[in-house]
Design a protein around this ligand. Structure first.
Ligand SMILES: Nc1ncnc2c1ncn2[C@@H]1O[C@H](COP(=O)(O)OP(=O)(O)OP(=O)(O)O)[C@@H](O)[C@H]1O
Ligand SMILES: [Mg+2]
Length: 228
C-alpha cells in the first residue's frame, strides 16, 4: 500500500549545515496494518511520516503509493491520489478556530468541491462522523469551546472525511491526560478494526505500541528495530 524504497531526507539549514533527518529507510506498510513508530525526539519520526504521506519530498529514494511512484506524478495528480487514499493527523493542533466543529470536519470536502471534484457539501457525512466519535452534541460548537480530547476527536473525524485507506497520525495523544489518551487510542482501535483502515501512528509513549500490529523504532533517522 505504501512502500518506502531507500528513502532519505536531508535538510539544508545553512550552506555548510545539513541535517540527515531520515537516512535510507526501506519499509512497506501493508493494508490492515496498525504501525506504531516510536523513537526519541529528533530521531526522524515526523519526517518519516511526512515522507510516507507524500507531504515531504524525499532527497533520494522512492515513495510508492498503491503501486504508483508518488513523486513521478504531476502536482495535481499527486494531490488527487493523496486526497483519495490518505488521511492525516498532524503533530500540532490544526482545527480552524473560526469554523464550527461540523465545518472543520467538512473541510476536506470543501477543498475538493473547490476543485470541482464533488458537489455534495458533505454535511451529512460530517455529522455522521461526529456522531461516530461521540460528539453529535458539539456540531455547532467552536474549537475553543471543546476540551483537548474533544478537539482531537474532531481532528480524527476530519481525517476520515474523505474515506481514506490509510490514516497517518503524528503524536495524536501527546497533549492529553492518560484517561483521554486511552479513549482516543480505543477510537483508533475501533477505526482500525471496524473501518478496516490501515493506521500509521507516531508516538513517544512506548506503552501505546500494544495498540498496534507492528512497531518501528527510530534512532538517528533510521529504523533500528522492527521488520521492513
Ligand atoms: N523543516 C526542517 N528544516 C530543518 N531541519 C528539520 C526540519 N524538520 C525537521 N528537521 C530536523 O530533522 C530531524 C528530525 O526531525 P523530526 O521532526 O522528524 O523528529 P521527531 O522524531 O518527529 O521529533 P519529535 O519527537 O520531537 O517530534 C531533527 O534533527 C530536526 O531538527
Ligand atoms: Mg515529531
Amino acid at each position: 500500500m505504501i512502500e518506502l524504497q531507500n528513502v532519505a531526507k536531508t535538510y539544508q539549514i545553512s550552506q555548510e549545515n545539513l541535517v540527515n533527518a531520515v537516512r535510507g529507510v526501506t519499509t512497506t506498510i501493508d493494508p490492515g496494518e496498525f504501525v506504531v513508530i516510536t523513537g526519541r525526539s529528533g530521531s526522524g519520526k515526523t519526517t518519516l511520516l511526512n515522507l510516507a504521506a507524500g507531504l515531504t519530498k524525499p532527497t533520494s529514494g522512492k515513495v510508492i503509493l498503491d503501486g504508483v511512484d508518488l513523486w513521478g506524478l504531476s502536482d495535481s495528480r499527486q494531490s488527487a491520489l493523496r486526497g483519495k487514499s490518505l488521511g492525516f493527523i498532524f503533530q500540532f493542533p490544526s482545527l480552524l478556530p473560526a469554523l464550527t466543529t461540523l465545518d472543520n470536519v467538512r473541510l476536506p470536502v470543501t477543498f475538493r468541491s473547490a476543485e470541482g471534484a464533488r458537489d455534495n457539501d458533505g454535511t451529512d457525512r460530517a455529522a455522521a462522523l461526529l456522531k461516530s466519535v461521540g460528539l453529535s452534541d458539539k456540531a455547532k460548537a467552536y474549537p475553543r469551546q471543546l476540551s483537548a480530547g474533544q478537539q482531537q476527536r474532531v481532528v480524527i473525524a476530519r481525517a476520515l472525511m474523505n474515506d481514506p485507506k490509510v490514516l497517518l497520525a503524528d503524536e495524536p495523544t501527546s497533549n492529553l491526560d492518560e484517561q483521554t489518551e486511552r479513549e482516543i487510542m480505543e477510537l483508533f482501535r475501533e477505526i482500525h478494526t471496524e473501518r478496516q483502515l490501515t493506521v500509521v501512528m507516531v508516538t513517544h509513549t512506548t506503552q501505546l505500541i500494544s495498540y498496534g500490529t507492528r512497531a518501528i523504532e527510530m534512532a538517528n533517522g533510521q529504523i533500528i528495530n522492527g521488520r521492513n
